[in-house]
Design a protein around this ligand. Structure first.
Ligand code: ZN
Length: 317
């Protein structure tokens, strides 16, 4: 059978009575068509002048093209690389779909929805989510400053998508076996300063410990910072050991704030995260940091276009 010409296709489409829903799908599809060269140009531009990702040497020469990207051979180590080597996007195909897919990331679409909009398979859509999101998450503040609020939120551990469960399955999402926070809960630690810069850490299972606070917070808090937390002892001990000024608000005793001493900014970040997460109907523990990073990027409102997300993802970590 000979394939349709564009004119025939258009004639057929014109003959169909399109519903509002059909029109919306058609518009979405057309909006998603981009020139693949645009994506390639953005990638090459974002990685221009980058040293060798294998050895850091700046001397290299061009050696052909592959998958639309310029290849380079390093004069230091002899290995070849392109603009995506060493990034989460290395070796992903279908670059013509990347910018529309990143638009879906910006719109927090589900895997299925993003697959439908960009015309890729559902498994590709899932794989891409966990490459593009970690890519965008590389846009992360190096340090926090002045007044920093820190608090954790706990989520029941989830093995969603795992073939081999390490415990008996729960029914309908389920509840913890014991009351309170314990080893069944994933801890997400969030620190946010008053300029809105935010850092998130998945510290593991159970209550956050002093050692975990050291590992996560010490490198990102300058010595002159004021750390505010709830009255959990781990924060107090961490602050004493790290030599950081610390104030605690006894939230459990009903104290919300003492003037500027409160954790309301970080707590509202947590509640925005929890309500945003509902659409995904449960996320696996091993991807929790991807979702909090995704929310962090959206919430910061800096990477607001697919092109900006792409450039963040192409940066070397
Ligand atoms: Zn090299």
């Amino acid at each position: 059978m000979r394939s349709l010409t564009f004119d025939e296709l258009l004639a057929m489409l014109s003959a169909v009575a399109l519903s509002a829903d059909d029109l919306a799908r058609l518009r979405e599809w057309i909006a998603g068509i981009v020139n693949p060269a645009e994506c390639i140009a953005l990638i090459e531009q974002a990685a221009a002048g980058r040293p060798c990702p294998h050895c850091g040497c700046a001397r290299k020469h061009r050696c052909g093209q592959a998958s639309g990207l310029q290849r380079f051979r390093c004069l230091g180590c002899g290995h070849s690389h392109n603009a995506l080597t060493g990034t989460p996007l290395a070796r992903l195909r279908k670059k013509e779909c990347w910018l529309p897919y990143l638009q879906c990331v910006l719109e927090s679409r589900t895997v299925r929805d993003a697959a439908r909009v960009t015309g890729v398979h559902r498994t590709t859509s899932f794989r891409w989510r966990h490459r593009f999101v970690p890519g965008a998450m590389r846009d992360r503040p190096q340090t926090l400053s002045a007044i920093v609020e820190a608090d954790e939120t706990y989520r029941l551990e989830s093995q969603k998508g795992s073939r081999n469960l390490t415990r008996r399955p729960r029914k309908r999402g389920g509840v913890a076996k014991r009351r309170g926070i314990n080893r069944e809960h994933d801890c997400l630690l969030v620190a946010r300063d008053r300029s809105g810069r935010t850092l998130d850490f998945h510290t593991g299972r159970g209550q956050v410990t002093v050692a975990q606070l050291h590992a996560c917070l010490k490198p990102v808090l300058p010595a002159d910072v004021l750390l505010i937390s709830d009255s959990a002892i781990a924060y107090r001990d961490f602050a004493i050991q790290a030599g950081i000024t610390h104030e605690a608000v006894n939230v459990k005793a009903g104290v919300r704030a003492r003037g500027a001493i409160h954790v309301q900014n970080v707590n509202s970040w947590h509640s925005r995260f929890k309500s945003w997460l509902v659409r995904f109907r449960g996320v696996a523990s091993r991807y929790l940091i991807n979702y909090s990073g995704w929310q962090r990027v959206l919430d910061a409102g800096i990477l607001t276009t697919p092109a900006r997300l792409l450039c963040a993802a192409v940066q070397l970590g």
